[in-house]
Every structure is written in structure tokens, then in C-alpha cells.
Design a protein around this ligand. Structure first.
Ligand code: 5GP
Ligand code: ZN
Length: 121
């Protein structure tokens, strides 16, 4: 897609700080981090938003969700499970959808935010 900032990142026309890449996904640090650790998991295919997804995207969305804890673990904000008790660490995942959802970039992406909490919410 012309003029899509994340398509340009996928095509390496705009630089980013990638932390993961495969044939379907790329993950890179958010340029304006809202937490100590803040990265985005982005499909290489241009899909405008979560609300544009259908059954064809089920596997891709599952892959994005499963990648989040793996990369969080690698970046020091994974959740350390402790049997049945509450463990330590952890992170937040977020899709922003549409104007009222605060979406700024209309190329599907999953936010992963972690590190010490600065505020609740
Ligand atoms: P949204 O509000 O659409 O869910 O989030 C878009 C995110 O993309 C924002 O957190 C913003 O900081 C990030 N972002 C926008 N442009 C760029 C860019 O050129 N590079 C990187 N790494 N992040 C960007
Ligand atoms: Zn795009």
C-alpha cells in the first residue's frame, strides 16, 4: 500500500528497530514508547485494522498472539508462572481499532507493553 508507514517499514523504506521477522510477521520497537518495553507485532500483509479481519486471518492472528509472550520473554517482561499462584512480571497486549479506539496507523498491529508499571490502566 502506498503511503502506509508500516508497509514502508516492512519494505525497509523506513528504518525501524526490528526484534523479530519471518515470512508473515515483523516486530519492531515503537518509536514513541508508552512503557519501558513497547514493541509492535505487525503482519507483512496490509490489513487496515482488526475489524477488517475475517476467518482467513484466523491463523495469522493466532500467530501474532502467540508471538507476544515469546518476545516479551526475550525482552525481559515475560510472565513468570508460579504454579497455581500468581507469578511475577507480565505485560499488556493491545489492538487499537478505529478513531474511537485511538488507532493512528491503519495497518494492523498488536502493541506489547511491559516493564514496571508507571500508572494503572
Ligand atoms: P496505533 O495508535 O495506531 O494503535 O499505534 C501506532 C503506533 O505506531 C504508535 O504507538 C506510534 O508511536 C507508532 N509509530 C508510528 N509511526 C512509527 C514509525 O515510523 N516507526 C515506529 N517504530 N513506530 C511508529
Ligand atoms: Zn500497510
Amino acid at each position: 500500500m502506498d503511503n502506509c508507514i508500516f508497509c514502508k517499514i516492512v519494505a525497509r523504506q523506513i528504518s525501524s528497530k526490528p526484534i523479530y521477522e519471518d515470512e508473515e510477521l515483523i516486530a519492531f520497537h515503537d518509536i514513541r514508547p508508552a512503557a519501558a518495553i513497547h514493541f509492535l507485532i505487525v503482519p507483512k500483509e496490509h490489513i487496515p485494522t482488526l475489524a477488517s479481519c475475517n476467518e482467513q486471518h484466523q491463523a495469522l492472528l493466532g500467530k501474532m498472539m502467540l508471538l507476544a509472550p515469546k518476545l516479551a520473554q526475550e525482552h525481559g517482561c515475560g510472565y513468570q508462572a508460579n504454579g497455581d499462584a500468581v507469578g511475577s512480571g507480565g505485560f499488556k497486549t493491545q489492538f487499537n481499532i478505529g478513531p474511537d479506539g485511538g488507532q493512528e496507523v491503519y495497518h494492523l498491529h498488536l502493541h506489547v507493553l511491559g516493564g514496571p508499571r508507571l500508572r494503572h490502566g
